[in-house]
Design a protein around this ligand. Structure first.
Ligand code: NAI
Length: 330
């Protein structure tokens, strides 16, 4: 039996984890969950929201499924997500965006992937008050990290029969930092003659995505743009409740939904477990159990096709009812 770390998060985290664990168990796939708590409540007891035991567990098990964790705005501890990605060097953030059955959205045939550099840019967390009225954040872009993520994007494209890798920057304004990212892309791209290349500025990308997202295939970009653009693309396929994600490094991988801990609906049995479930499906593929992944995905799609949906998708099913229906459809 495979052991996988489960960070059950806070807000709606524990509710959606419970749903996903039940569905996976009902599919027949046996997983020994190494449940690790993290976040605000843990910080009060253990002095840090991300204790060493969580990192140790992921390093040992190599794979984790993670529910969202609340990060206080403005002051307080550093984001658990940012810290985890940094500590484990999970340099690639992968966010596939594809229409789901019976989830009505503005566009059909959306099928794109956002590949986001996960370890640097403005998220390196280098900030200081220069004086009482001036805050400074430093944007770090290195050649090594930029080439590594561009290579990841091209390899992903090759492996998954994708045709194009488009690089997204604001290199016309940030000529040095985004310029270096672009230069790295161009260098890596030379090794992939089979894949189409394309360069776009992030503002133009946003406009084109809301005009016609079917124009895009694989998109690779620095951290901050990736964070924003992947929420935009989540909106194109039905919102945060259905958008999956993964953070992948050389040694381990953490699969997690794009959405946050949704404190506004915590404990109300309203949360949509789909995004975490789709992240789990990718995780199950990653550990090589493709038949279980396909089985769960089929059951989920069937449930949506039967018009069983949670409130965020315009339905009336509770988290419990939705979960039960997916289990029946297995
Ligand atoms: P959020 O994603 O938690 O919520 C935005 C809106 O989407 C809310 O109206 C919420 O109810 C809805 N929503 C999100 N997930 C849903 C789901 N599964 N089912 C139904 N509705 C859902 O974003 P927000 O409010 O900006 O962040 C809340 C907290 O989460 C913050 O502390 C933030 O730092 C943290 N966060 C954590 C992330 C992570 O752990 N990976 C990612 C993003 C935010």
């Amino acid at each position: 039996m495979c052991t996988i770390t489960l960070i059950n998060g806070d807000g709606i985290g524990p509710e959606i984890c419970d749903a996903v664990m039940k569905i996976i168990k009902a599919s027949g796939l046996e997983i020994n969950w190494d449940i690790q708590t993290a976040g605000a409540d843990v910080a009060e007891v253990e002095g840090t929201p991300l204790p060493e035991r969580v990192i140790a567990s992921i390093l040992k098990n190599k794979v984790a499924l993670k529910a969202p964790v609340t990060t206080p705005i403005g002051k307080g501890f550093r984001s658990v997500n940012v810290q985890l990605r940094k500590d484990l060097d999970l340099y690639a953030n992968l966010r596939p965006c594809k229409n789901l059955p019976n989830v009505k959205t503005r566009f059909e045939n959306v099928d794109l992937v956002v590949v986001r550099e996960n370890t640097e840019d403005l998220y390196a967390g280098i900030e200081q008050m220069k004086d009482i009225d001036t805050a400074e954040s430093i944007k770090i872009i290195t050649r090594g990290a930029s080439e590594r993520i561009c290579k990841f994007a091209f390899d992903y494209a090759l492996k998954n029969n994708r045709h194009e890798v488009c690089v997204v920057t604001k290199a016309n304004i940030m000529k040095l930092s985004d310029g270096l990212f672009l230069e790295s892309y161009r260098k890596v791209a030379e090794n992939y003659p089979q894949i189409k290349k394309r360069e776009i500025l992030v503002d133009n990308l946003c406009m084109q995505l809301v005009q016609d997202p079917t124009r895009f295939d694989v998109l690779v970009m620095p951290n901050l743009y990736g964070d924003i653009v992947s929420d935009l693309t989540a909106g194109l396929i039905g919102g945060l409740g259905v958008a999956q994600g993964a953070n992948i490094g050389e040694d381990c991988a953490v699969f997690e939904p794009v959405h946050g801990s949704a404190p506004d609906i915590k404990g109300q049995n309203k949360a949509n477990p789909t995004a975490l479930l789709l992240s789990a499906v990718e995780m199950i593929k990653y550990i090589g159990e493709n038949s279980y992944a396909e089985k769960i995905e089929r059951a989920l799609f069937k449930t949506l096709s039967q018009n069983i949906k949670t409130a965020d998708l315009g339905g009336s099913a509770t988290t419990t009812e939705f979960t039960q229906k997916v289990i029946e459809n297995l």
